[in-house]
Design a protein around this ligand. Structure first.
Ligand code: UD1
Length: 430
């Protein structure tokens, strides 16, 4: 198993190219199941989650072609997807167990083939992660749903029907799944309290280009007029706001200056505002955001995670790493996931001063320095928080379980090396 070794203390300066968004790419890939035509997705990030979802689609009968695209210093992937016919309508346990987002195949399969079987995802490191909103909504659209042997078995022999649905929570996953299902349903579907994350807007753009009729992009009420068929389209994946936000923290924590090429300021308003409040200079340009902490007189700040456009839960761990070395007290409140402080004990092993209150809040008191240690985390963003801590810690930090990082950060060590970090990937037998 690979490890990441970091010798801390380097100021990071330069340019990092932000890739396509993981959380946009995953639903976009499953949306290709809605048509028998070719769908071309460009700017797809090189992530293990993408490779994994592609494997599931191949199981279902999709033909996939991959091209590597080099544009100056920026590398990305373009995939062509075509699902003429389904070979299988089952997403098996082994896939869903390893990647929850496999559940995005449910809506498209049920909509197009009127039947779908999906191993029910269990909880995961960050919380219970139920699917009730997805399933209740599909039932409201006329699907018959049965849970048997750990599988959701969904049938809609006559096809799905439009419905008026009010989500009890603005779930990202349910919004994507139900939007995809509704594109081919008969009549009109209205989703109230839909999630407004930019990745959903990206999905709506692709679906509308495929012939869907969705109104309300970026708003909490979405209206979908069902159509009989969708057709092929070409789409470029939105840039990853969470990757950009993570490297913004890398600039801040090392008191460096990084230009985040492709980052979109408008998708990072709250995290960038928090950085500014801490003392970091933020300068948006036409195609990038420059994060400059070289002269920052940093001070503690409070954050509370929330649905978009609030502070993203997926940046909570990274900001907490920054707070551990920022003078003064900072408070972190986590409102989305019930178990998202797994990085805390590991940061404390590196010398951080953090007091967790219950499951949802933590007080961080900035310390003068962290010291390197072998660490590991049980999820993707928590793992990146440990990399960040390693970048400023004295001595060597070894981050284990790199497969978490590979799920969501493409070429992480290369990108950090390019701005001056002393970081390398080592293979267990090296
Ligand atoms: C997505 C993101 C994840 C991010 C999260 C919140 C992907 C692949 N993952 O996850 O990185 O942390 O949004 O921004 O895009 N809930 C229910 N019932 C449901 C569905 C959700 O109660 O049927 C609850 C969850 O327990 C959670 C909240 O709703 O408390 C938000 O979850 P949701 O937005 O669905 O998260 P994901 O789509 O799983």
């Amino acid at each position: 198993m690979d490890k990441i070794k970091i010798r801390g203390g380097k100021q990071l300066n330069g340019k990092i190219y932000i890739g396509g968004a993981k959380n946009a790419a995953l639903p976009l890939i499953t949306a290709t199941l809605l048509t028998e035509d070719e769908v071309i997705l460009s700017n797809v990030p090189a992530l293990s989650d993408v490779t994994f979802l592609n494997k599931l689609l191949i199981e279902l009968g999709t033909q996939i072609e991959e091209t590597i695209v080099q544009d100056g210093e920026y590398t990305s992937k373009t995939y062509t997807y075509q699902t003429k016919n389904f070979k299988s309508l089952t997403a098996p346990y082994d896939f869903v167990r390893k990647m929850r987002a496999s559940y995005y195949v449910l809506g498209p399969m049920l909509a197009r083939a009127h039947h779908a079987e999906l191993s029910l995802p269990g909880g995961c490191a960050i919380g219970a992660r139920p699917m009730d909103i997805h399933l209740n909504s599909l039932e409201m659209m006329g699907a018959q749903i049965e849970i048997k042997n750990g599988y959701v078995i969904a049938d809609a022999p006559e096809g799905l029907k439009g419905a008026h649905i009010i989500f009890p929570k603005a779930s990202v996953g349910a919004t994507c799944n139900i939007l995809m299902a509704a594109t081919l349903a008969e009549g009109e579907t209205v989703i109230e309290n839909a999630a407004k994350e930019p990745e959903i807007g990206d999905l709506i753009d692709l679906l509308n280009d495929m012939g869907a009729q969705i109104e309300g992009r970026d708003r909490s009420v979405l209206t979908v007029h069902g159509v009989q068929k969708l057709h092929g389209a070409t789409h470029s994946v939105l840039s990853d706001r969470i990757e950009a936000g993570s490297y913004a923290v890398a600039a801040a924590i090392t008191k460096g200056c990084i230009e985040l090429v492709h980052a979109k300021e408008e998708h990072l308003e709250v995290p960038l505002y928090i950085l500014k409040k801490m003392g970091v200079q933020i300068t948006p340009t036409e195609n990038s955001v420059i994060v400059d902490a070289r002269h920052a007189d940093m001070q503690g700040v409070d954050i509370m995670t929330d649905y978009y456009p609030g502070f993203p839960t997926d940046l909570q761990a990274q900001f907490m790493a920054l707070m551990t070395v920022t003078p003064g007290a900072s408070m972190v409140s986590e409102t989305i996931w019930e178990n998202r402080f797994m990085h805390v004990p590991e940061l404390m092993r590196m010398g951080a001063n953090i007091n967790v209150h219950g499951h949802a809040s933590a007080i961080v008191r900035g310390v003068k320095k962290l010291s390197g240690a072998p660490v590991m985390a049980t999820d993707l963003r928590a793992s990146f928080a440990l990399v960040l801590a390693g970048l400023v810690a004295e001595g060597e930090t070894v981050v284990n379980r790199v497969y978490h990082l590979d799920r969501g950060y493409e070429r992480l060590e290369e990108k950090l090396q390019s701005v001056g970090a002393d970081i390398e990937r080592v293979h267990e037998d090296d």
